[in-house]
Write a protein that binds this ligand. Structure first.
Ligand code: NAD
Ligand code: WQD
Length: 340
């Protein structure tokens, strides 16, 4: 059995990926410093899988906290989720973002190389494309200068990984550029737990439906899109988690050194903010209070993925229908709020 270390595994995407890895027959070890998570999702993963997963409260920026994990477990690969991810906060606290997101990756790679290398799956983001001139975006679409320190950390991390692979034959890398991850596990035992006011659309919608927020603001209705609201590619978090299993399989099957591949992970289908809001209302038989306001600074008009490379090379495809994803998102919100 291959053992995979999941950094940031107590968080949103990491916890869903832990479940998919266990179901695919991997051994899982989780490291998280709980800077943006509590133990809710770790407990959820245990309930879903019936497994006691080794958990280390460890900061990936600290070699002394990572080394014991590698001493106590044979680690064949790492999925590196651990990072700060709030775009707005990164503008206010750039040094905190550069420190955490860059140092955690460098420290992890150092520890891996010292321990014989291994496979790395890295969480990158569609944010590296900015507003692409041609849609959908392929992996060859040039990256745009980052518009936030957060986005810049993703670009720099991609470059660090490409350089590491050239220098260390023991390291293989798959970089996944996530589009907009949404939804929750169908069990409603794990999902997104934003701290404070959510920045992202779907948690804001579910909190509005739950009565935690008064109304949803739709940021802009005068974009050059069919209904005037912005277009994104919303990918179900369980489908996204499955892409990490496919990425590991890809590296296991690739028997030459020097692998550093990049894949878009999305549905390949654009959806407008208004379409998503309406779909959420229909699927969950409720009415949302919303208001159209001005555009949010820094937002792009439209971005969605060409996923043919991941479909072909990773044999991975987004499967879950949007209806199911939005029902799961609402079931999770109801579960954590105790709404029947
Ligand atoms: P999350 O905040 O729920 O999970 C990240 C986890 O990492 C948290 O549990 C946090 O406590 C932990 N962490 C942060 N810094 C750490 C450190 N130095 N050491 C150990 N643990 C640390 O976020 P998520 O939505 O699950 O995102 C996971 C990854 O995917 C991040 O790298 C993020 O940038 C990337 N990503 C997320 C999205 C999205 O919309 N959610 C989109 C694209 C990319
Ligand atoms: C989606 C759409 C908003 C909230 C961000 C990061 C990106 C990646 C994913 C990490 C936009 C609109 C939102 C609201 C709204 N994260 N919206 N009202 O901005 O596409 O991407 O998360 O890598 O880097 O930038 O996602 O969910 O914030 O917004 O109208 O209250 O919903 O304007 O058009 P975004 P989002």
């Amino acid at each position: 059995m291959k053992n995979i270390l999941i950094t940031g595994g107590a968080g949103y995407i990491g916890s869903h990926t832990a479940v998919e890895l266990i179901h695919a027959g991997y051994g899982v070890v989780i490291a998280d410093n709980l800077s943006n998570a509590d133990t809710t999702c770790l407990e959820g993963v245990k309930k879903i899988t019936g497994r006691d997963i080794p958990f280390y409260k460890a900061d990936c920026c600290r070699k002394d906290q990572l080394l014991p994990i590698f001493r106590e477990h044979r680690i064949d690969g790492v999925i590196h989720f651990a990072a700060f991810k709030a775009v707005g906060e990164s503008v206010e606290k750039p040094l905190m973002y550069y420190h955490n997101n860059l140092l955690s990756l460098v420290t992890l790679l150092e520890v891996m190389v010292e321990n014989g290398g291994g496979h790395v799956v890295f969480s990158s983001s569609a944010t590296v494309y900015g507003q692409p001139p041609v849609l959908p975006v392929t992996e060859d679409t040039p990256r745009m200068p980052a518009t936030s320190p957060y986005g810049n950390t993703k670009q720099i991390c991609e470059d660090i990984l490409a350089d590491a692979v050239k220098a260390y034959a023991s390291v293989k890398v798959v970089i996944l550029r996530y589009f907009n991850p949404i939804g929750a596990h169908p069990s409603a035992l794990i999902g997104e737990l934003p701290r404070g006011i959510p920045n992202n659309l779907v948690p804001f919608i579910t909190q509005t439906a739950a009565g935690v927020r008064k109304e949803l603001h739709i940021f802009g209705s005068n974009y050059n899109t069919p209904d005037g609201t912005a277009l994104r590619d919303y990918i179900d978090v369980v489908d996204l988690a499955a892409a990490h299993v496919s990425a590991l399989k890809r590296m296991e099957a690739y028997d030459k050194p020097g692998l550093c591949e990049v894949f878009n992970v999305g549905t390949g289908k654009p959806l407008s903010v208004m379409e998503l809001v309406k779909k959420f209302e229909t699927v969950n038989h409720l009415s949302l209070k919303y208001r159209i306001t001005g555009r949010r600074e820094g937002d792009v008009e439209a971005v969605w993925a060409d996923t043919s490379l991941a479909n072909r090379v990773l044999s991975w495809k987004a499967r879950r229908p949007l209806e199911e994803t939005l029902a799961n998102a609402w079931a999770w919100e109801r579960n954590i709020r105790g709404i029947t």
